[in-house]
Design a protein around this ligand. Structure first.
Ligand code: FAD
Length: 436
């Protein structure tokens, strides 16, 4: 029987895997991962290290049942058809990718495969982008009605893929690249077993009252697992009971991830371009001054403790608490007057959960140019936000030890005056509204 190839991308697991079920139904399965220079190149060390650890974990799981993961590097439109020819595969199975790059890449691969089909089954979402539409048949631009329609639409039960029941095939494989040196970074354990364990340990945890408190660290930390597909959202959703308050709140957070994927699918250019183009004319700093401000922000030395704590957490863990992501993003755009695209790029390079749809659209939301009614003139005050959400200062002290122990270094004075910058931002906004 000719084999099928299962080409892993953002679905680096074996459980609840619809594409694996589809491939196994056709006969022997060859598991493939392609190191695509277009995605590998722009990733930072932390993202690469986490991906490599995830791939090693996937390979180890595959080796319990067969010869292990086949790794090839190069452009997928060359690499995938070459492997198809090498092993005489009858089909290539994938989980559908709805991102702008992934969708275009898959169209190129399908073309290059010619008569061998590229078969998409399932996606990284509970409901595939494009399925939930307004009454007029268009995409939603506002979260609340989307959330309602998404919940009403519903989703399938988890797929019962069983790796032990699959006839796995091997082929010559490249070695995975060496891991970059990330010894100073405290990354979560990678792989499907760790993701499942995180979810099992966290499910049922009361969440609503504490999820905005970075000092309590009371969120699920499942975002890297969802990003790399070591856990499927349906696995989580099947374990939630929306009649219970905390489960309903958590489910709504998962719906934000689905919403932004739907928005990016409907408006692929919104990964780079302003969702509200009328805000494109706001004045932003450029050149050396922009670089100076960006450097202070990225290194966590703006002199605003909650901002600096968040930026240092990002470098130290490849992750940042959601409330603090909002504060640092608002600060970059509205206090330092640096365009959101620069901040979004830095986040994508460093976040282990960096996801184009969630990242770019959260940035646009904070910058005031995205979906939903997040008014441009709502500007986070870093000092009052810090007092409210880190009331004892524990989060800030954890990341900025020199605040309590000056022998560790001098903490800088505030780089700007928040009240002045807030006024300047509001004035620029009024001018733009008046004169366009
Ligand atoms: P929990 O509070 O436990 O939430 C559970 C899950 O719900 C998350 O894992 C995530 O998948 C989803 N979720 C929660 N809030 C959001 C949200 N606002 N938007 C989309 N999904 C959400 N999230 C990413 O996964 N990748 C990103 O690149 C990313 N960039 C962001 C950039 C900015 C400027 C901001 C303000 C937010 C960004 N987020 C991003 C959303 C959010 O900060 C993270 O999903 C969350 O902090 C992850 O931690 P958690 O898993 O403990 O979250």
């Amino acid at each position: 029987m000719s084999p099928s190839i299962l080409w892993f991308r953002r679905d680096l697991r074996l459980g609840d895997h619809p594409a694996l079920l589809a491939a196994a139904a056709e006969g022997p399965v060859l598991p493939l991962f392609v190191i695509d220079p277009a995605l590998w190149g722009p990733s930072g060390d932390v993202r690469r290290a986490f991906l490599l650890r995830t791939l090693r974990a996937l390979d180890a799981s595959l080796r319990e049942h067969g010869p292990g993961l086949v790794v090839r590097s190069g452009r997928p439109e060359s690499v995938v058809p070459a492997l198809v020819a090498e092993v005489g595969a009858q089909a290539v199975h994938v989980s559908a990718d709805f991102g702008p790059y992934g969708a275009a890449r898959d169209a190129r691969v399908a073309d290059a495969l010619d008569s061998v089909p590229l078969v998409p089954t399932g996606s990284p979402y509970a409901v595939a982008p494009g399925r939930v539409l307004t009454g007029d048949g268009g995409p939603y631009k506002v979260f609340t009605p989307f959330h309602k329609a998404w919940a009403n639409h519903g989703w399938r039960a988890p797929a019962e893929s069983d790796p032990a029941a699959v006839d796995w095939l091997g082929a010559p494989s490249e070695e995975l690249p060496d891991e970059p040196d990330v010894s100073g970074v405290d990354l979560p354990e990678a792989g499907e077993a760790a993701a499942r364990a995180r979810w099992e340990a966290w499910r049922g945890t009361p969440y609503d009252d504490v999820r905005d408190r970075p000092d309590l660290d009371a969120t699920s930390r499942l975002s890297p697992d969802l990003r790399w597909g070591t856990l499927h959202p349906r696995t989580i959703l099947a374990g939630l009971d929306a009649r219970r308050h905390h489960d309903a709140v958590f489910r709504k957070e998962l719906a934000w991830r689905e919403f932004y994927a739907h928005v990016l699918h409907a408006w692929p250019d919104s990964a780079r371009e302003y969702f509200k183009p009328e805000l494109q004319g706001l004045p932003y700093v450029t050149g050396r001054e922009r670089d100076r401000r960006l450097a202070a922000w990225t290194e966590g030395r703006t002199g605003f403790p909650i901002v600096d704590a968040g930026m240092r957490q990002l470098l130290a863990e490849g992750w940042m608490h959601n409330r603090v992501r909002m504060i640092v993003a608002s600060f970059l755009v509205k206090d330092l007057h640096v365009e959101w695209t620069h901040g979004a790029r830095h986040f994508m390079r460093h976040l282990v959960d960096g996801d184009l749809a969630s990242n770019q659209h959260n940035w646009q939301w904070v910058a005031g140019c995205g979906t939903d009614a997040a008014p441009y003139f709502r500007i986070f005050n870093p000092t009052t936000q810090g007092r409210k959400f880190d009331p004892d200062g524990a989060y800030v002290r954890r990341w900025i030890p020199e605040l309590t122990d000056p022998t560790l270094g001098e903490y800088p004075d505030p780089i700007v005056d928040h009240a002045e910058q807030r006024a300047a931002t509001l004035e620029a906004y009024q001018l733009l509204r008046r004169h366009g």
